[in-house]
Design a protein around this ligand. Structure first.
Ligand code: HAM
Length: 469
C-alpha cells in the first residue's frame, strides 16, 4: 500500500507564496499581456522566450552578492548531472545572456526585446509579493542615449495608463557609473559608520558589502538616519549628470511628471545611471512633481520638500513597474570589448523595464469588482418578508435595476455584512413591520443613514438616488 502523506491537508494547498490564477483573473492577465505586447510591438520590440531555469551563476554574477535576491530569495538546486541551476528570479540577466549567446551584437543595434512569464523569488509573502509572479519586461540592448531610458519609462507608463491604471507616480534617480559611485560609497560608509549602533542588523551588514541599500531600508531607525546621508547626485560625474538631465528633459517633453527620488537605489546591483519605479498614487489625487523644474539645484530643493511630504506614503507603496540602465551587466557575463574598435562597435549599454503583472491584475480586479457590484441589495427578515421580497425582486428585474439579495441568510447582521462586502450603495431592508406597512427601509451604506419609503414609490426613489450618486 502506498505510504500516506502525514498532512493530507497540505496536499490540497499551493506552496506558500504561490497560487492558482482562476479563470476570471486569467482573463485580466491576458488583457494586460495583450496591451503590453501591442505597445511593445508598435515600438519595434521583438518577442523572446528564455528558459525558466538558468545556471545559477548567471544571477550570482550579475544581481550582486549582497542583494536580497541572491542572499535569500533564489530557488537554487543541483541537478543529477551536478549542475547548479536556479529558477529565474528576474528576466534581465537571462536576456543579456541570450544576447551574448546568440551573437545579437552583430544584429542592427539596438536590439529591442520583450518577454512575459513567471519568475520566482523566495520572499516573505505579503500584499503584492508572491514567490511565483508574472512580469512583462522589455529591454533595449546596445543603446547609450538618454532617449532609450526615457522610452522605456514612457512605454511602462503608457501600458499602465492604457489599461486604465492611475494616477501614477514615477520615481527616477541616477546611480552614476561605477567610478562616480565608488567615491560616493566611501562618503556613505563614513557617514553610517558613525551611526552604526543605530542601524538595524541587516544594515550593519550592508554597511560592509552594499552601503547603498541602507538608503532604502524600510526599518524606521535606518530610514530616519538615511534622511541626512550624503546624496549621490552630489558625487555624480558630469557625463552621468548630463545623461540624467537629458532623461528628465525627455520626460518633460512627453508630459510625464516624475519625482526625483535621491534615495531610490533599487534592489539589484547591475544598475548604473538611470533607475526608476512606477507606483499607483493611492491617497492624494495629484502627482507631486513639478514637471516645469529644469535646473538641477531647483530639482534638488523641490524634491527634498516633496520627499518629506511623501516619505510615509512611498515606503508603503508597491511598485507596479520598475527598471533602469545596466551598462556593465554584459561585462559581468563575459562580454569582451572588440579587439579592433575601428571595425567593430563598442558596447553601448542597455536599459529596460518590467511590469509586475500580479500587482496590475489586482488593481484591475478591484476596479472590475467595483463596476460589477450591484448598486442595491435587498435584505429580508422573517418568512412574510421573504415572500414579499420575491415580488419586489421581480419589480426590480422588470425595471432593469440590478439588485443583489441572499434569501438563504436570515440575520440582519449577516445580510448587511454581505452587502457591504459586495460594495453596494444602498440596502433595502424589508422586515415584519415594513411588510405589513407596505414600506421598506433604505439604508445608505456609505453614511449609514436610513429612510422609510413606501413600496409603491420605491423604484422611482431609488432611480433618483442612483442618478445622484
Ligand atoms: P524588479 O523591481 O525586481 O525589477 O521587478 C519588476 C517588477 O516586478 C516590480 O516593479 C513589481 O511590480 C514586480 N515584482 C517584483 N517582485 C515581485 C513579487 N515577489 N511579487 C509580485 N510582483 C513582483 C526586475 O526584475 C528587473 N529585471 C527589471 C528590469 C528590466 N530592469 C531592467 N530591465
Amino acid at each position: 500500500m502506498p505510504k500516506q502523506p502525514k498532512e493530507k491537508k497540505e496536499l490540497v494547498h499551493t506552496p506558500k507564496g504561490m497560487r492558482d490564477i482562476l479563470p476570471s483573473e486569467v482573463a485580466v492577465w491576458e488583457r494586460i499581456e495583450t496591451k503590453a505586447k501591442e505597445i511593445a510591438e508598435f515600438y519595434g520590440f521583438l518577442p523572446i522566450r528564455t528558459p525558466h531555469v538558468e545556471h545559477a551563476d548567471i544571477f550570482l554574477h550579475t544581481l550582486g552578492d549582497a542583494t536580497d535576491i541572491v542572499e535569500k530569495q533564489m530557488y537554487t538546486f543541483r541537478t543529477r548531472g551536478k549542475d547548479v541551476l536556479a529558477l529565474r528570479p528576474e528576466g534581465t540577466a537571462s536576456l543579456m545572456r541570450a544576447y551574448i549567446q546568440h551573437g545579437m551584437r552583430t544584429w542592427t543595434q539596438p536590439v529591442m526585446l520583450y518577454y512575459s512569464g513567471s519568475f520566482f523569488r523566495h520572499e516573505r509573502p505579503q500584499k503584492g509579493r508572491w514567490r511565483e509572479f508574472g512580469q512583462f519586461g522589455f529591454e533595449v540592448l546596445g543603446a547609450d542615449g538618454a532617449v532609450a531610458d526615457a522610452l522605456v519609462i514612457r512605454l511602462s507608463v503608457l501600458m499602465l495608463e492604457e489599461l486604465g491604471i492611475g494616477p501614477l507616480r514615477v520615481h527616477v534617480n541616477t546611480l552614476g557609473d561605477s567610478e562616480c559611485r565608488a567615491e560616493y560609497k566611501k562618503e556613505l560608509i563614513a557617514y553610517f559608520r558613525k551611526k552604526v549602533n543605530y542601524l538595524c542588523k541587516d544594515c550593519r551588514r550592508r554597511l560592509k558589502i552594499n552601503p547603498l541599500r541602507i538608503l532604502d531600508c524600510v526599518e524606521e531607525k535606518c530610514h530616519e538616519l538615511a534622511k541626512d546621508a550624503p546624496q549621490l547626485i552630489e558625487y555624480v560625474c558630469s557625463d552621468c549628470k548630463t545623461h540624467f538631465r537629458e532623461v528628465i528633459e525627455f520626460l518633460d517633453k512627453v508630459g510625464i511628471p516624475y519625482f526625483l527620488d535621491h534615495r531610490l537605489v533599487r534592489g539589484l546591483d547591475y544598475y548604473s545611471r538611470t533607475v526608476f519605479e512606477i507606483f499607483l498614487e493611492e491617497k492624494r489625487g495629484s502627482v507631486k512633481t513639478d514637471d516645469k523644474q529644469k535646473s538641477e539645484e531647483k530639482d534638488k530643493e523641490d524634491s527634498e520638500v516633496k520627499r518629506e511630504q511623501d516619505e510615509d506614503d512611498s515606503s508603503r507603496m508597491v511598485a507596479l513597474a520598475s527598471g533602469g540602465r545596466y551598462d556593465t551587466l554584459a561585462y559581468a557575463l563575459g562580454m569582451k570589448e572588440p579587439k579592433d574598435p575601428e571595425t567593430e562597435a563598442q558596447w553601448k549599454g542597455a536599459v529596460g523595464s518590467a511590469l509586475g503583472i500580479d500587482r496590475i491584475a489586482e488593481e484591475l480586479m478591484k476596479k472590475q469588482q467595483k463596476k460589477d457590484a450591484s448598486f442595491f441589495f435587498l435584505i429580508q427578515l422573517g418568512s412574510q418578508a421573504k415572500q414579499q421580497s420575491l415580488i419586489l425582486l421581480e419589480q426590480f428585474r422588470k425595471n432593469r435595476l440590478p439588485i443583489g439579495s441572499s434569501l438563504s441568510k436570515d440575520s440582519i447582521n449577516q445580510q448587511l455584512s454581505y452587502a457591504s462586502h459586495l460594495g453596494v450603495s444602498f440596502s433595502i431592508i424589508l422586515g415584519q413591520k415594513e411588510t405589513i406597512d407596505q414600506t421598506v427601509i433604505v439604508r445608505d451604506m456609505e453614511t449609514g443613514l436610513q429612510e422609510t419609503v413606501p413600496q409603491a414609490k420605491l423604484l422611482d426613489y431609488l432611480k433618483k438616488k442612483k442618478k445622484n450618486k
